[in-house]
Every structure is written in C-alpha cells, then in structure tokens.
Design a protein. Structure first.
Length: 306
C-alpha cells in the first residue's frame, strides 16, 4: 500500500502496537539491497542502525525517516548491500619503498662490483610494494533507492503494528467492559454493605454491654456512623468510574497513548486496593479479585502500545 501524507496520518493516529517487522528488497544493476526494520516495545523512541560503514552518513537521515512514522519503540534497522558493481579494485605501488630497494641494490652492486641489470620481475617479490585496495562506490541513484526502500519497509512495519494494535485494542476493550460491569456491581452492593455493617456494629455493641447497661443512643449512633464511614467505598467507586471514562477518552486521542493508559491503570489498581482493604464483604472481595486481575492483564497489554 502506498501512503500519501493524509492516509499515513490516519494510520499513525490509530492504536499502534510497538512490535513488528518490515522488509524491502530491491535490485539496481548487479546490486541487491535488503532493508529490514524490527520494532519492539520501549518507553521512548530508541534507534539502532546496523549498516555498512560506508553508509553511516545515511544514519541520521534514516532515523528522521522512521520518526515520521513512529513515536515510540526500539527500532533496529539492518541494511545489507550485495553486488560486484559497488566494489572497485585499485592497484597501488609504494614508490618510496621501491626507491629504497633500488638504492640498496645499486649500493650493493657498487660495493661488491656486481654486474647485471635489475629485473622488473623483482617488483612482485618485494613485500608490501604492491597492494590491491577495494573502494565502495555508492551512486546518487543507489542512495535515493535505499532511502525509498527504507520508507517502504516502514510502511510494512506500520501495517503490522496497526494489525497488532487492533488485536490489543479489542482485547483491552473486552476487559474494560468486564471492569465496568464489576464497578457497577460494587455500586449496587455499596448501600446494602453499609447497612449490614451498621447492623453488625450495633449488634456487637449490644452483645458487649449487655441489656442492663445504659446506652447513650445518640453517642452510639454517632460512633456507628463514623465506623461505617470508614468502610464506605463511594469515593473509590466514583474515582474508578472516572478512570474508566478517562481511559475511553484517551483511546480516541490522535497521539502516542501507551504511557497515558498505563498511568490510568495504575490509578485504577490503587483504587481497587483501597476498596479491598476497606470492605469485609465476601461478595465485594470476590469482585475486587476479579477487578485487579483484569487490570493487571490490561497493564500487560498496554506495555506494547505506542
């Protein structure tokens, strides 16, 4: 799929996973270039390029290209270039070394009165005199083709991250529905729990004081109200509902939302813990266990959302 600026932004604004793989291969003459991009989850945008040394000057440009497509994730780019057309071989002669050899041979001839000419065939036999050096030649056409290939690999990776993001979103949405149902159960159970709590406290007071003791009814009801208030989970339920609403709003943001969602789930987990510590009701205890389980599973999924 070929992206324009508009539809590229439409894709980027979807819920994205940070895991994926993109590849592009192209041929230019006798040269074959393979571009691979691997992506895994990371708190920020982290870039690593494993490319030929002669292409290191492209590293910053490649990074900027990836940043047009992705905001978070550990990105690993691999570029492999194969082909004889890129390599040029040159033969180099160390003429300074040759001069020294000739001077020494002439000195030896004069010193020992030797005759004969110095043969040309001596040159290959002199160590380090001749050397073959290879240079890699990257034309502007090849550089442009590599840049385009990186973009195509990014588009493949983008599609894979989009597909994985869709899967994560469906799973998270189903779990949020379970959380919403659980919070609704807590809401309906709240009033009866408070009343049961008051009756239990009152019963214990009567059992402790006995029927013959004089009981200050006003004071007793005040104490019961204070104790019941400590076990009231109204505020926690209200905050849980607020976090659920905030979560739904954040999902629709055209931005990297992974860290925001993670923070919301941390707050929901905190409220669930508070409800569990306040309430001694058996049903609420079961619901809190289920609630915390769903929150933990969502937190795991969110770790891979951009």
């Amino acid at each position: 799929m070929k992206y324009s600026v508009s539809n590229l932004m439409d894709v980027i604004n979807m819920v994205m996973s940070m895991t994926g793989y993109g590849q592009d291969v192209f041929h230019l003459g006798n040269t074959t270039v393979t571009v691979e991009i691997r992506s895994v989850n990371h708190r920020f945008f982290d870039f690593t390029a494993k490319i030929p040394r002669s292409l290191l000057f492209l590293e910053d440009k490649i990074k900027r290209t990836l940043q047009l497509y992705f905001q978070r994730g550990r990105m690993e780019v691999y570029i492999n270039v194969q082909g004889d057309g890129l390599t040029q071989k040159e033969l180099y002669t160390d003429w300074d070394l040759m001069d020294k050899y000739i001077d020494q041979i002439k000195s030896a001839k004069a010193r020992y009165n030797l005759a004969g000419e110095i043969p040309v065939t001596i040159m290959p036999e002199i160590p380090d005199l001749l050397s073959v050096q290879e240079t890699e030649n990257y034309s502007d056409e090849l550089i442009n083709a590599i840049t385009t290939s990186v973009k195509r690999a990014c588009e493949q990776l983008l599609l894979m991250r989009e597909e994985e993001g869709d899967f994560l979103l469906k799973d998270i949405s189903n779990r949020m529905l379970e959380i919403q149902d659980t919070v609704s159960h807590l809401q309906t159970r709240r009033e009866s729990v408070i009343e049961e709590y008051r009756e239990r406290i009152q019963s214990r007071i009567y059992n402790f004081l006995g029927e013959n003791d004089v009981i200050d009814q006003t004071r007793m009801h005040q104490e019961i109200a204070l104790l019941a208030e400590k076990g009231d989970i109204t505020e926690e339920i209200t905050r849980l509902q607020s976090h659920i609403d905030h979560f739904s709003e954040t999902i629709d943001l055209n931005d990297a939302i992974g860290r925001k969602l993670d923070f919301i789930m941390q707050e929901m987990h905190r409220e669930a813990n508070t409800v569990g510590s306040k309430s001694t009701d058996a049903k609420i205890g079961v619901w809190i266990v289920a609630l915390k389980s769903e929150i933990e599973k969502i937190k795991e999924q969110i770790q891979n959302i951009e």
